[in-house]
Design a protein around this ligand. Structure first.
Ligand SMILES: [Zn+2]
Length: 322
């Protein structure tokens, strides 16, 4: 069985030379004032999760209520804390007449610290709930070490800003019929491991989408020559923010079929969000895919422990950029 290398090429850029700690983000003051200080204007916010542990992608609701004056139609915000301790609002809603509210929770791979903050209303001050934690769990991996992952650029963890959607466009020219459906599925799966949000903008020629996926030959994309089935080129700022990625899939390998290509697209998208190759063959970021049915099937839906850790590190856990 032939080995199909799946390599990445990095965009030549001055950013490669700037290996200073680009991710050091200035600490921001915590939002919210904790519990209110005056009895006359106090409002308490209680929260409870449906479940404290759940698989990625499954629905868990956080419910609660605001008590005291101005409990009806009060603006309440679901907030999460990033790994640097900063609180950020995920979504805001209004309470019902009885002060109750409900929020859907983040579905991706992390233990999410969550709280609800009730905005000030007239004389009633801001109220903030206690923090509850929702642990998301993942399906079994193919193992290996959780340390078996490598960032794309030496000396820094480059990543996308997870607090804005990443736009994606697919070029269907010469593509197999299942291409867009599988790409969307692979994007959705990546979101569950990174916390990144992808906004699929449609098909057609390249416009200004952040990520562009195309089928080409080695004649057009020379780095697809030889055994390479896919190649991803990324653009990064000096501050370590990924801003573009172009994924090229090799038309000459078209005949390998849907399962194989799903496996390659998962690998290439992981490059696009900031992971490089590893030497551990238990990881999906290993550079080669063996083109036989069991392997292609396994790599079309599983990650290694290092892949999972790397996807988490380049994702939303560390909060917004900028
Ligand atoms: Zn690769």
């Amino acid at each position: 069985m032939p080995l199909r290398p799946v390599r990445s090429a990095l965009a030549g850029s001055a950013a490669l030379a700037t290996s200073v700690a680009c991710l050091a983000l200035a600490p921001a003051p915590a939002l919210g004032a904790g519990t209110t200080s005056s009895r006359a204007t106090a409002s308490t916010v209680s929260v409870k999760l449906d479940r404290a542990t759940a698989k990625i992608g499954t629905k868990v609701v956080l419910r609660g209520s605001v008590k005291g004056a101005s409990k009806a139609k009060r603006k309440v915000s679901l907030q999460t804390r990033d790994a640097k301790g900063r609180w950020r609002t995920l979504e805001s809603r209004r309470t019902k007449a009885d002060g109750s509210f409900a929020f859907p929770t983040p579905t991706w791979n992390r233990t999410h610290p969550l709280r609800v903050r009730a905005a000030a209303a007239g004389k009633v001050k801001v109220g903030t709930s206690k923090v509850v934690k929702l642990k998301r769990t993942i399906p079994a991996t193919t193992g290996g070490s959780a340390k078996a992952w490598t960032p794309l650029f030496d000396g820094m963890v480059a990543r996308w800003n997870p607090c804005a959607p990443i736009t994606v466009r697919a070029d269907k020219t010469n593509a197999p019929s299942w291409f867009v459906k599988e790409l969307k599925s692979v994007l959705a799966e990546n979101s569950l491991y990174t916390g990144l949000t992808f906004d699929f903008e449609g098909t057609g020629a390249r416009k200004d989408s952040d990520i562009y996926v195309q089928w080409r030959t080695a004649k057009k994309i020379p780095s697809l020559a030889g055994d390479t089935s896919g190649v991803t080129r990324t653009g990064v700022t000096r501050q370590g923010e990924l801003v573009t990625a172009r994924i090229s899939l090799d038309l000459a390998d078209y005949f390998y079929g849907r399962t194989f290509w799903r496996s390659v697209m998962r690998h290439e998208l992981a490059h696009a969000v900031g992971l490089d190759h590893v030497k551990d063959s238990k990881q999906r970021m290993y550079a080669y895919t063996i083109v036989d049915a069991p392997n292609a099937k396994r790599w079309s839906k599983t990650w290694g422990a290092g892949d999972v850790a790397g996807l988490k590190r380049v994702g939303a856990t560390y909060g917004c950029i900028g």
